[in-house]
Design a protein around this ligand. Structure first.
Ligand SMILES: Nc1ncnc2c1ncn2[C@@H]1O[C@H](COP(=O)(O)OP(=O)(O)OP(=O)(O)O)[C@@H](O)[C@H]1O
Length: 284
């Protein structure tokens, strides 16, 4: 199957500062992919390069097997930017009509039903919606397009917990029903853990992790035990994060084989622990 997004040595700099560098990735189609990383890591830059809103300084990117903005691609890709750009003077109903007018494959039922279910009045001006309602409308417009690839830049940041759960459920239902690929950038690691089957972690403008979550979780372990035994442990396995007291060591390791459970207490890590460990390790 053609990857949803492929990047090869992709980089973008602003002046002399690299926002994204050496980015080589292949994202599988038909999954929900989490894109995480600290502020300024390069997530928006990667998404903007993918949809052709930015040009690469070096390297290349393809979406759905084609360069961004090539004929056909624009109709097949939905992008909801971080600031949810919508026309403030249009009403909700007019926004949906504009979506229908601009997109040949528009599904009026999907968009309208969604807005009705959330209870946003169709006659309301967009400029008077709350931040969360605007996010919901932007998602409805993006889904109404029936895209094959949906790129969402921090879509749930201003939703309340119930709306967030509903939003993520809708996304997962869409993936199951239509096979759309979703790339979801978020700081909410617990949401990413619940929703995503594949994780991309960016930090300091570089890709630190890009793999399916099951593989990542199988590779890593939380290990606690005597500090004196830590050098032997870190010689055999890669320490991603290490905390020491006088006698005790507590580490997250990428294991390269069995860990001696006579010496160490070993447990699986959560995706949230793993992502935080990588972000902290790179920042340190
Ligand atoms: N238009 C711009 N001009 C100059 N520098 C920029 C511009 N856009 C982004 N940058 C810089 O590029 C880097 C990556 O920014 P980007 O917005 O991609 O990060 P991000 O991971 O999306 O951050 P956040 O989580 O805060 O949204 C940052 O250092 C940022 O300051």
């Amino acid at each position: 199957m053609t990857p949803a997004l492929e990047a090869e040595g992709l980089g973008r700099c602003y002046g002399r500062k690299w926002a994204l560098r050496d980015c080589t990735l292949s994202l599988p189609a038909g999954q929900v992919i989490g894109l995480v990383g600290p502020n300024g890591a390069g997530k928006t830059t990667l998404l903007s390069l993918a949809v052709g809103l930015l040009r690469p300084t070096e390297g290349s990117v393809r979406i759905l097997g084609r360069p961004p903005r090539s004929p056909g691609t624009v109709a097949e890709v939905g992008f909801v930017a971080q600031d949810k750009p919508l026309y403030r003077n249009l009403t909700v109903a007019e926004t949906l009509r504009m979506g229908a007018w601009l997109n040949p494959g528009w599904d009026p039922r999907a968009a309208t039903e969604r807005i009705e279910r959330i209870g946003i009045p169709p006659g309301q001006k967009v400029g008077r919606l709350s931040g969360g309602q605007r996010s919901q409308l932007a998602l409805a417009v993006a889904l109404g397009k029936r895209p094959r690839l949906l790129l969402l830049d921090e879509p749930v940041a201003d939703l309340d917990p119930i709306a967030r759960r509903d939003f993520l459920r809708t996304l997962m239902a869409e993936v199951a029903e239509s096979g759309v690929t979703v790339v979801l950038s978020s700081h909410l690691l617990a949401d990413v853990e619940r929703t995503c089957e594949f994780l991309v972690l960016l930090s300091t403008s570089h890709v630190q992790l890009a793999d399916d979550t099951e593989t990542l979780l199988a590779q890593h372990r939380m290990v606690t035990g005597p500090r004196a035994a830590a050098p032997a442990l870190t010689a055999a396995h890669t320490a991603v994060q290490a905390d020491y007291t006088d006698r005790q060591a507590s580490l997250i390791v990428r294991a390269h084989g069995p860990i001696d459970e006579r010496v160490w207490t070993v447990r699986p890590v959560s995706l949230e622990e793993l992502a935080l460990a990588y972000m902290t390790a790179v920042a340190a």
